[in-house]
Design a protein around this ligand. Structure first.
Ligand code: GAP
Length: 511
């Protein structure tokens, strides 16, 4: 199965089992907007809890806030979003479809890479064990031709990006003969800058009363910096964390929840003494990677990607990339943002945003190191890594989500073997014992095998089966999702056994 096919199956699985639905589907959906279903919301909440508790409980000097989506319009002037939060867009005149010019070129480059890979695969088939991939790539004329073309287009693309040259983007699209996937034509408009912020009108018709839906949660933290620092008597270095919705008018296709118009971010701004920011940047890089790896989804599936070209406000930046089904892609960004944000808010608001440092006797605008991760991307990372189709010894296939147990939407399913003989009543006693500590499902419909499969498909770490022996000796069968091993345990031992594997506190202890 190709990674592309796997991704399609995953999207279908998310819908079938109540994780994610296309938004307003009865009206044929809305591009790049998705709703979380009954299973999805539980997984999402658990991801948020893992982040929130790691940030605000395990770091004594990090506190949380919850600021609003709407903010004073000047916020977005100070942050630079009004002037510079743009994507280069191009329209096809025949299909009337709009595309990101940079994405059209990147897709074209990916296709060249695929062609090269196909040649390599053919070579491997032809030469078998004697195949030397490096040598093949250095000598095969088809590969060399494609590679030279790739390098030329890539160099032009990077130059256009660096110079923000919209005409150069268009020329690459024309020279490469890139066509609209819908109309199949090359009838393109000029490339224009398109601001990604959604706006709406406030309560007056005054043009200055234009409100924006925040494109990042970070600015809510910057504008509350003074309030939190003063009321919390915070001493530098300290951090402010926030989880909340963000909105961007993204022009995207086929990326599921990787890139959405409405999404959630978990951001933390860490305020430090100027000159110490690189030390904190390194510390937070390490801290955040540890948080990811601690989930047990394989250290090899993460990597840092340091930015060579820095945004004007940053003096260091890196992404934590995850191995998604469509390759290594950004999951989280870590930026050293200098005093850009607080400094600009100080200028535009006219309010003094300074910290008096009792240790040095100086006042300054603090520098800031930011960690910013999308909840939805984290959700996709967990789900895409967890989805498995396993071939069983009896020839059947089982679909299982091996979600890290503390993040699983349902921790335990309680299943009476049959719907009679007092077993449902006994199972209800087990429910009453477990329901205060664990998200559970009670299920008495269909054969026990089918019920196990249903729980595997949503990633439930434990199934507890109540049978006739339970009535006699107070023991139940406990089935483990990952090993499918079944053990006989006493009902009163269930909370401790289940808790050891699924409790968030145990996951946090690994940090
Ligand atoms: N405050 C910094 C900031 O917003 P960003 O790299 O634009 O930086 C941070 O976004 C993270 O938010 C990304 O690493 C990604 O996980 C998530 N993210 C950004 N845009 C997104 C979108 N359109 N849909 C889903 N997640 C998104």
């Amino acid at each position: 199965m190709t990674q592309d096919e796997l991704f399609k199956i995953l999207v279908a699985h998310c819908k079938e089992y109540g994780f994610i639905f296309p938004s307003s589907e009865i009206y044929d959906g809305l591009a790049a907007v998705y709703d979380y279903g009954q299973m999805g919301v539980e997984l999402k909440n658990n991801i948020k809890r893992y982040w929130w508790e790691a940030m605000t409980r395990l770091n004594e000097n990090v506190v949380g806030i919850d600021s609003c989506v709407f903010m004073h319009p000047k916020t977005w002037v100070a942050s630079g979003h009004v002037a510079a939060f743009n994507d280069p867009l191009i329209d096809n005149k025949d299909s009337k479809k709009r595309y990101r010019a940079d994405v059209l070129i990147e897709d074209y480059l990916s296709k060249i890479e695929e062609k090269i890979q196909k040649e390599v695969d053919k070579g491997r088939k032809r030469f078998g064990d004697a195949f030397d991939e490096a040598k093949f790539k250095e000598t095969n004329p088809n590969v060399l031709r494609e590679k030279a073309h790739y390098d030329e287009v890539h160099a032009r693309y990077k130059a256009a990006e660096d110079a923000n040259d919209l005409e150069a983007y268009r020329q690459i699209i024309l020279d490469c003969g890139i066509v609209c996937p819908i109309s199949g034509t090359k009838n393109w408009t000029e490339v224009r800058q398109f601001n990604l912020m959604f706006s709406t009108q406030g309560s007056t018709t005054n043009a200055d009363d234009k409100l924006y839906l925040r494109p990042e949660t970070a600015q809510g933290i910057f504008v509350e910096y003074l309030n939190v620092q003063k009321t919390g008597r915070m001493k530098i270095p300290f951090g402010i964390a926030q989880i909340g919705k963000a909105f961007r008018n993204e022009i995207v296709a086929r990326q599921f929840i990787f890139r959405m118009k409405e999404f959630e971010q978990m951001e933390m701004e860490f305020f430090v003494r100027p000159g110490t920011e690189m030390e904190w940047f390194r510390a937070w890089k390490e801290n955040r990677m540890k948080w990811h790896v601690n989930l047990g989804m394989g250290a090899e599936n993460y990597r840092f990607h340091d930015h060579e070209k820095l945004a004007h406000y940053a003096n260091a930046a890196t992404d934590i990339e995850f191995h998604f089904p469509f390759g290594f892609k950004e999951l989280e960004g870590i930026h050293s943002r200098t005093d850009f944000d607080l400094g600009n808010h100080q200028k535009l608001s006219g309010k003094k945003i300074q910290y008096y440092d009792p240790e040095t006797g100086e006042s300054y605008v603090p520098y800031c190191v930011e960690t910013s991760i999308g909840v939805d991307r984290m959700f996709l990372a967990v789900l895409s890594h967890s989805y498995k189709q396993e071939q069983l010894e009896n020839g059947e296939t089982r679909v299982v989500l091996s979600i890290p147990a503390p993040l699983a939407p349902v921790k335990v399913a309680i299943l009476p073997l049959v719907k009679k003989d007092g077993l449902p009543e006994k199972a209800q006693e087990v429910v009453d014992l477990l329901k205060y500590d664990f998200a559970y499902q009670y299920d008495e419909k269909d054969s026990i095998g089918k019920r196990y499969r249903r729980q595997d498909a949503v990633g439930t770490p434990f199934c507890v089966t109540v049978d006739h022996d339970t009535l006699a000796d107070g023991t139940v069968t406990l089935r483990d999702r990952d090993t499918m091993e079944q053990t006989r345990v006493k009902i009163e031992d269930l909370p401790a056994i289940i808790g050891a594997k699924v409790n968030m506190s145990n996951l946090l202890r690994g940090l």
